[in-house]
Design a protein. Structure first.
Length: 208
């Protein structure tokens, strides 16, 4: 018995000297991720549009915010959801400029473009610079997200309210203001926000 045990113990000591990874159970080895299911999983193979609402003060400071947000979000949804067709945000904006009903009524806008669903984003807050600290830059976006089913019958659910989105970029602290930083942070804010919104529509993995 000693003859068998000694080589075995020696092998364990050798492994220990080389590192402990071989002694770690397989369940703890590898990438630590978990799959998050989509909040709304009905966009696959459908035609949809992204409709963004912003208050007048936000539009005054950022006149192209609706098109910019819709473009980023639409691109991310199209990349993550199979065979999802997204209406060109420029076409949507053209309608919004001509028809006030399209601004306030997602169902009206959806029917105009013949889509199955409207992803409605209501910007509750948007800023790149805080007026109280104009020498610093930090993007902040808060928004409510809902989906309108344009083809729903009267006795079916026609509106789905998803969890709101709040993004801050950079997350931990603002950076000094410069023309380059302002553009960079604005783009990164759009990317972070749009990725967060788009992930509501498809299963995705997150790090633990």
């Amino acid at each position: 018995m000693k003859r068998i045990a000694c080589p075995f113990v020696g092998s364990l000591m050798l492994v220990a000297l080389c590192g402990c990874n071989w002694l770690v159970p397989f369940i703890f080895v590898g990438e630590h991720k978990r799959t998050v299911p989509a909040e709304f999983n009905k966009l696959e193979g459908k035609r949809a549009l992204v409709l963004v609402w912003a208050e007048p003060a936000t539009l005054f400071d950022y006149p192209h915010i609706r098109t910019e947000i819709a473009t980023y979000v639409g691109d991310r949804i199209r990349a993550g959801v199979k065979e999802c067709e997204i209406v060109d945000p420029m076409d949507v904006e053209d309608l919004l400029q001509r028809d006030f009903d399209a601004v306030i009524d997602p169902a009206y806008t959806g029917k105009h473009f013949g889509v199955d669903y409207v992803v409605y984003i209501e910007l509750l807050g948007f800023q790149i610079r805080d007026p109280s600290t104009p020498d610093l830059v930090q993007g902040k976006v808060s928004a409510s997200i809902a989906v309108r089913d344009i083809n729903a019958d009267a006795d079916q659910i026609g509106r789905y309210t998803l969890n709101p989105v709040n993004t801050v970029c950079p997350e931990h602290a603002p950076v000094l203001m410069s023309s380059r930083n302002a553009l960079l942070i604005r783009r990164q804010t759009y990317e972070l926000f749009s990725e967060t919104v788009a992930r509501k529509f498809y299963d995705h993995d997150v790090d633990l």
